[in-house]
Design a binder for this molecule. Structure first.
Ligand code: HEC
Ligand code: HEC
Length: 420
């Protein structure tokens, strides 16, 4: 062999070795994910979450004074019939803005599990059945619900006048004159409150209802400041995409297998997708219904209610022009998929808020995954799920993976008011 040739060969060997080394390093740093998997992973990162969409039906939602007022109202138990229940009684910041109970407990006992409220402004429809179309319209619901705050709108208007006058008027303008009105009245309250309501003239009814809507708008402004912080999964994916050699240390092999199944064979991402791990839609997943019949129909009942809600985007208390209410105007109000369908919840911080599903039907994440594996037929409507082939180890791994979605909850976007 000529010396030049030997040299060339050595150089070729060297470069092959070098290339192999680079390939090995990238595979290692890329954690063995295929290009397609990496593309899916990239969509789950919190950094991809767009800002919370503006709600044109609430003109005060970004006003710092409204945020401050809303925060005080959220934590104030005087907004209830017995003086003991605030939004925070069920949506406790120390418990993921939730209560850890299968069904809620307020002035009475409810029929559904308390939902967490962080990042709820990303959702076009609120509640498990989507019967409200904005955060503020949602907030007025529990205030007059007999099982929750159990209050009535005239009493709330009086509370604003007696305890919150200055702050309320700074945001919404003058409160109506309530002097000649009874102590209590509401179209959805006790028979006495309803009778008092119907005895009011139209103008007073509208004035009082507007105060209730405004309470909702202030609370919504506060809720919009609550966001999810980065989880271990976000750090892992960012690391993988940046080819950080230490990324692999952020998840255990079991969690990585769970993630692979979640975005692959187990098809969880069909519904739990995007940075919040939800498509914000309603699906029938064959969860055994609980509660009185109309409510178990889920989305079927929800669409009728939201269309008829006096506080919806098209209603007289909305600040939006009708053409800004696209979600409501183009809502599908019929079809078999509505029966027994409930909202896909976000899976961020999910490991920290058992029990699961719309009435707390499932106690642990492992049992949630077993439910998906079996895909039993639904009692109401038709389940969209199909059985999945998963070993017991796979089930455990997916449950372990769900634990990587935990992160802090942060309040930002508005100055913090002094203690409530
Ligand atoms: C007695 C407990 C209780 C109280 C008090 C309560 N909630 Fe809820 N909250 C629930 C339950 C239960 C649900 C789900 C109900 C359903 O879907 O039918 C819910 C759902 C919600 C949702 C929907 C989240 C989503 O993603 O759709 C928001 C937002 C919310 N509550 C905010 C509030 C606010 C604001 C207040 C105070 C005005 C409040 N809640 C008072 C129990 C409560
Ligand atoms: C067809 C859409 C769909 C698919 C596919 C799907 N989910 Fe869900 N998921 C939902 C809906 C809807 C709910 C709420 C159901 C209810 O309460 O009735 C839910 C609830 C959950 C909950 C409970 C969250 C809570 O706060 O209560 C977890 C955990 C969960 N899903 C994980 C998964 C995993 C893991 C997979 C894959 C094995 C998966 N999901 C596949 C739609 C889906």
């Amino acid at each position: 062999m000529k010396p030049t040739m030997r040299l060339a060969l050595t150089a070729a060997c060297l470069s092959t070795a070098l290339l192999a080394g680079i390939v090995l390093a990238t595979t290692f740093a890329g954690e063995g994910w295929s290009r397609e998997e990496r593309d899916t992973l990239a969509t789950l990162r919190l950094s991809q979450l767009p800002p919370t969409p503006a709600d044109p039906s609430n003109r005060v939602e970004t006003m710092p004074l409204a945020v401050a007022l809303g925060k005080r109202l959220f934590f104030d138990p005087r907004l209830s019939s017995n003086g003991k229940v605030s939004c925070a009684s069920c949506h406790d910041p120390k418990q993921q803005f939730q209560d850890g109970k299968p069904v809620d407990q307020g002035v009475g006992t409810g029929i559904r599990r308390t939902m967490q409220v962080v990042a709820a402004g990303h959702s076009p429809f609120l509640f498990w059945d989507g019967r409200k179309d904005s955060l503020w319209a949602q907030a007025v619901g529990p205030l007059e619900d007999a099982a929750e705050h159990g209050g009535n709108r005239l009493a709330y208007a009086r509370l604003m006048q007696q305890q919150y006058r200055r702050d309320y008027e700074a945001v919404f303008g003058a409160l109506p004159d309530l002097q000649r009105l009874p102590a209590e009245a509401s179209p959805v309250g006790t028979p006495t409150q309803q009778a008092a309501w119907h005895a009011l003239d139209e103008r007073s009814r509208e004035d009082v209802s507007r105060v209730l809507a405004n309470i909702g708008k202030a609370i919504a402004a506060y809720e919009k400041t609550l966001h999810f912080g980065e989880s271990r999964l976000d750090q892992y994916i960012e690391g993988v995409l940046a080819k950080d050699r230490h990324a692999g240390e952020l998840l255990t092999p079991a969690e990585k297998n769970g993630l692979r199944l979640f975005i692959g064979a187990a098809r969880c991402v069909t519904c739990h997708n995007g940075p919040l791990l939800t498509d914000q839609h309603f699906h029938n997943t064959g969860i055994a219904p609980q509660g009185p019949v109309p409510q178990t129909l889920g989305r079927r009942t929800g669409v009728t209610k939201v269309v008829n809600d006096e506080f919806n985007c098209l209603g007289r208390f909305s600040d939006a022009a009708p053409e800004q209410c696209g979600e409501l105007r183009f809502l599908a109000t019929d079809g078999p998929t509505l029966d027994g369908a409930f909202k896909t919840p976000s899976l961020r911080n999910v490991a920290q808020r058992p029990p699961y599903m719309h009435a707390g039907q499932i106690a642990t994440l492992t049992d949630v995954v077993r439910h998906y594996r079996a895909a039993a037929p639904a009692n109401i409507g038709k389940s969209e799920l199909e059985p999945i082939r998963l070993s017991e180890q796979d089930v455990q791994d997916i449950a372990a993976f769900l634990g990587t979605l935990s992160g802090p909850i942060v309040e930002r976007g508005a100055p913090l008011p002094s203690a409530p």
